[in-house]
Design a protein around this ligand. Structure first.
Ligand code: SAH
Length: 229
């Protein structure tokens, strides 16, 4: 999997992606990235990438000619799916992540800054807008790292335990995860639920399912409704 990342802050990559399982996968060349500095495509000597908005109002907009040249610098074959991170986009979730990992291996990610990018870029290229949640970030770089992390960990040989680990997580199990415990079995007078120490796999599975349903019902009831529960 390769990610072409268009940003005015290429030094922000790999950033958080250099640690843990995703960082190891980067070292092992399971995935790669190519951070492209949009500023390198500025048309003037000042390296301008933005200008004020037509119609007035506070805040700058990223210039279409500069961003367009930056996108065009990536050969067609290597562009893959083009994504612009934006609060207006489809809200990213685990089932979209599964779908993307299955269907695509090349991505071009546009990280906005200022108020965002000129709308004509979105019309000119086949771009999917993706949001990572209902709040405003100051730039798309963190969104790009969220996106990449969520995809790479679904690739084969990245997460220890593979498919079994990733399918047992929140959202994958049709709700939120059950409570987790490790050693010691008593900590500050608090016991690990007896059933988990019993070695009875059927009972453990039933307990986990029940806890997962309770927690999901309490915190995110809409996830159960989605499944018709
Ligand atoms: N004016 C825009 C917000 C701009 S924030 C609006 O009101 O919708 C600057 C940049 O940060 C955006 O271009 C986008 O790339 C990124 N960004 C901000 N919030 C985001 C979110 N929730 N999800 C994905 N990207 C986001």
């Amino acid at each position: 999997m390769n990610f072409n990342i268009l940003t005015i802050f290429p030094e922000m990559f790999p950033g958080t992606l250099s640690g843990g399982v995703v960082g190891r996968a980067l070292e092992n060349k399971i995935w790669s990235f190519n951070a492209i500095n949009i500023r390198d495509f500025a048309a003037d000597n000042y390296g301008s990438v933005d200008d004020s908005q037509f119609g007035g109002g506070a805040g700058q907009v990223m210039l279409p000619d500069v961003l367009g040249s930056a996108i065009d610098s990536i050969p067609h074959k290597k562009r893959g799916k083009i994504v612009y991170f934006s609060p207006r986009g489809v809200v990213w979730n685990q089932s979209l992540a599964r779908e993307f990992v299955k269907n695509s291996s090349d991505f071009t990610l546009i990280c906005g800054r200022y108020e965002g990018i000129d709308e004509r870029i979105i019309e000119e290229y086949d771009i999917m807008e993706i949001s990572i949640g209902d709040y405003i970030l100051s730039g798309g770089e963190i969104a790009a790292q969220v996106f990449i992390d969520s995809l790479v960990r679904l690739m084969d040989n990245v997460v220890h335990g593979g498919l079994e680990t990733t399918v047992n997580e929140s959202f994958e199990i049709g709700g939120l995860e059950w409570p987790l415990y490790t050693r010691p079995s008593v900590w500050r007078g608090r016991n690990v639920p007896e059933v988990l120490l019993s070695g009875h796999h059927g009972n453990i599975e039933r307990w986990r399912k029940q806890k997962s349903d309770e927690i999901t019902k309490e915190r995110r009831p809409e996830l159960l409704k989605k499944q018709g529960k």
